[in-house]
Design a protein around this ligand. Structure first.
Ligand SMILES: C[S@@+](CC[C@H](N)C(=O)[O-])C[C@H]1O[C@@H](n2cnc3c(N)ncnc32)[C@H](O)[C@@H]1O
Length: 428
């Protein structure tokens, strides 16, 4: 494998752990980039300028179609839409699908949104606060203890009812609430995993939601009209051939999960529960099973993705090293026992994804995968980008290069970890 490293100058010295520490507002995008992108973002999102860089590098034109198979909050497709390029997003997490779909829906009428929002706010403000409403026990069990205080929760449930009473609720009103939940209503902090910070006795629920709706309405005024087609699928990236038209994709710009021992469904848990996407343990388990395995907490018995890398020496070596280290350290807890398997499942899942993507790609398609090195599994270093490039090559892709995007400081060891962009070409 001949890999050429090049450096991504805009973010020299940036450390993800520092950028995202503490308040979720730290993950905000600034200036013109805030327009639409900031309607809802999560800590896993990458910056819009990264997408711009590769749209330019790949010479993507308005008649091209760009795919993001792990679209998260829709950064790729929104950036494409801003440039009148057709985008296709896809994600297995329903809240991410809501975010991507809404952020690429610029048809909603801003005045009507404002009018409906003030009507809803009035109704929600009139509700009784003498007996506080709570989540069902099944839903409550899914949310971290203390993630939201009783009074803000009560107000949020009332607001949600008032939003839902509105005929044909535009999704923008729900997304505005999802954002208000993580940015001002809840007690959640992102550092960079999700933690519960100091409890707020009260929170400006209706006000922060209204603020977000007004921002969306103002952005819609700036962005209209734009008729470029954007589609978002609720789909598993490992079975994409089921939803994509053969030979339709010119470029892929994406950031899949990393094998970083973080449970991707947790980052969006509170808003997923409150908006009704997750109602009980079974829903949460089902979601985890449709996500690529990136943590020993997501390993489940029937997952056979590891078979896809049974012949990959490098992945097998890393898995053996992790297992050996576990035994040397005498770690016998359930999660440690699953570490080695989680790594194999991750790379196997990525291989399945790359295989499933092939029929949809046009001859000559360019692909950019943003992935990070990891040492979360008992500090065994995993060169994610290099391994992914090797797997892609074995699937018939050509490696066009590996860019260094930025470095991050590993929380446990303080070591600098590389976050890279693996560049591929599809020329069958
Ligand atoms: C690093 S995030 C992407 C963030 C995105 N670039 C953004 O700017 O918001 C990875 C995404 O992959 C999604 N994901 C994980 N496993 C998946 C799978 N098997 N199929 C589709 N999406 C998946 C997660 O739900 C998450 O939204």
């Amino acid at each position: 494998m001949d890999v050429q490293l090049s450096f991504f100058p805009e973010l020299e010295g940036t450390r993800l752990a520092t950028r995202h520490a503490g308040n979720p507002e730290h993950n905000r995008v600034q200036g013109a980039d805030a327009i639409v992108h900031d309607w809802y973002r999560f800590i896993l999102a990458y910056p819009p300028h990264l997408v711009r860089t590769y749209l330019e590098r790949f010479a993507v034109m308005p008649d091209h179609t760009v795919l993001d198979p792990f679209s998260g909050t829709g950064t790729t497709i929104v950036e494409c839409k801003k440039r009148s390029i057709s985008g296709i997003g896809s994600d297995a997490n329903p809240i991410a699908v809501l975010a991507s779909r809404t952020k690429s829906d610029w048809i909603a009428n801003p005045d009507s949104l404002r009018l409906r929002a003030s009507r809803i706010a009035e109704r929600a403000g009139e509700t009784d606060q003498s007996i506080l409403r709570t989540l069902t026990p099944d839903a409550e069990a899914l949310v971290s203890r203390g993630a939201i205080s009783p009074l803000p929760l009560h107000k949020t449930l009332n607001l949600l009812d008032a939003i839902r009473e509105e005929p044909n609720t535009p999704p923008h009103l729900l997304l505005a609430l999802a954002k208000a939940l993580v940015s001002s209503i809840s007690n959640l902090w992102f550092a960079p995993g999700v933690t519960v910070g100091p409890a707020k006795a009260d929170a400006p629920v209706i006000e922060s939601w209204l603020n977000n709706v007004n921002t969306i309405a103002a952005d819609l005024e700036l962005m209209q009209p734009n008729t470029v087609t954007t589609t978002v699928h609720h789909a598993d990236a490992r079975t994409l051939c089921d939803v994509l038209t053969p030979g339709s994709i010119d470029a892929v710009i994406t950031s899949p999960p990393y094998p970083n021992e973080s449970d991707y469904s947790r980052a969006t848990r509170l808003e997923s529960v409150l908006l009704g996407y997750l109602n009980n343990r079974l829903d949460a388990q089902t979601l985890k099973q449709t996500l690529l395995c990136s943590s020993s907490r997501n390993v489940y018995q029937g997952d056979t993705d590891d078979a896809w890398v049974a012949g990959n020496d490098r992945v097998q070596r890393i898995a053996s090293e992790i297992e050996q280290k576990r035994q040397d350290l005498g770690k016998t807890d359930g999660f440690s026992r699953l570490y080695a398997r989680a790594v194999k499942l991750y790379f196997g899942g990525m291989r399945r994804h790359l295989r499933s993507l092939k029929p949809a790609l046009k001859d000559g398609a360019s692909l950019a995968y943003v992935v990070g090195d990891q040492a979360s599994f008992l500090q065994v270093h995993i060169h994610t980008g290099e391994i992914l490039a090797e797997i892609a090559e074995s699937e018939g892709y050509t490696i066009a290069g590996v860019d260094l995007f930025r470095t991050r400081q590993a929380t446990k060891t303080g070591k600098q970890m590389r976050e890279e962009v693996v560049l591929l070409r599809w020329t069958p």
